[in-house]
Design a protein around this ligand. Structure first.
Ligand code: SF4
Length: 209
């Protein structure tokens, strides 16, 4: 499947995309992203731009992509380190996946105030960073955590329940869509999202062995 047609870019999104494309490596991209002011509301409220985690060396076998940073991520500058991150780490380990071998990213790099869903223009602007991150890291497999990330990869009409459980070919990458760990927390340890997330991570692990 080809990548979905990108939305029309405004001037700020064009600038982000051009700056990201010019970054020759991860360090240059991270440095540029940390100074990004493309979304005035988010830039004015954030403590950190949460650029993402990458393995210390080598090409990641997997990229985990969430929606946006939460409060703990904004405080620390690292992705998936709050309650959702703790559960993600636990389920990755249960599935036989090593977070240290994965890139951990978000669609939007700055925390939306009050943890609201990112607005469409914010997603569009921040997409330039994520596109370049995927180019530079070139992970063969991606897990989109939650509906926002799933829509970013698979298109705006994506229904999570229909999309999960199999790999989608997006620009030569195997993209899996599954629940966000926050849904697994919300529905509890016996809820369907936790079981579904673990099942999907196990399926991904099976393809990477
Ligand atoms: S959310 Fe993304 S595009 Fe918007 S200010 Fe933060 S880094 Fe820039």
């Amino acid at each position: 499947m080809a990548a979905p047609r990108p939305p029309r870019l405004d001037a700020a999104a064009e600038e982000v995309a051009a700056t990201a494309r010019a970054a020759p490596d991860w360090a240059a991209l991270a440095g540029a992203a940390r100074g990004c002011l493309a979304c005035p509301e988010l830039a004015g409220a954030r403590q950190h731009v949460v650029v993402g985690d990458v393995p210390a060396s080598g090409r990641p076998r997997l990229a985990l992509v969430g929606e946006a940073p939460g409060a703990t991520e904004d405080e620390t500058g690292r992705p998936f380190v709050g309650r959702s991150g703790a559960l993600l780490d636990q389920l990755l380990a249960e599935a036989g996946l090593d977070r240290a071998q994965a890139a951990v990213l978000n669609v939007v790099k700055c925390r939306p105030p009050g943890n609201r869903t990112p607005k469409a223009p914010e997603v569009t602007r921040c997409s330039g960073w994520l596109h370049r991150q995927l180019e530079l890291l070139d992970p063969p497999a991606v897990v989109a955590l939650g509906l926002s990330a799933a829509k970013w990869f698979l298109g705006p009409r994506t229904v999570l329940a229909a999309a999960r459980g199999r790999a989608h070919d997006v620009d030569g990458r195997a993209v899996w869509a599954t629940y966000h760990p926050s849904a697994a927390i919300r529905f509890g340890p016996n809820g369907a999202p936790r079981a579904g997330l673990l099942e999907d991570l196990r399926a991904v692990a099976g393809t990477l062995r």
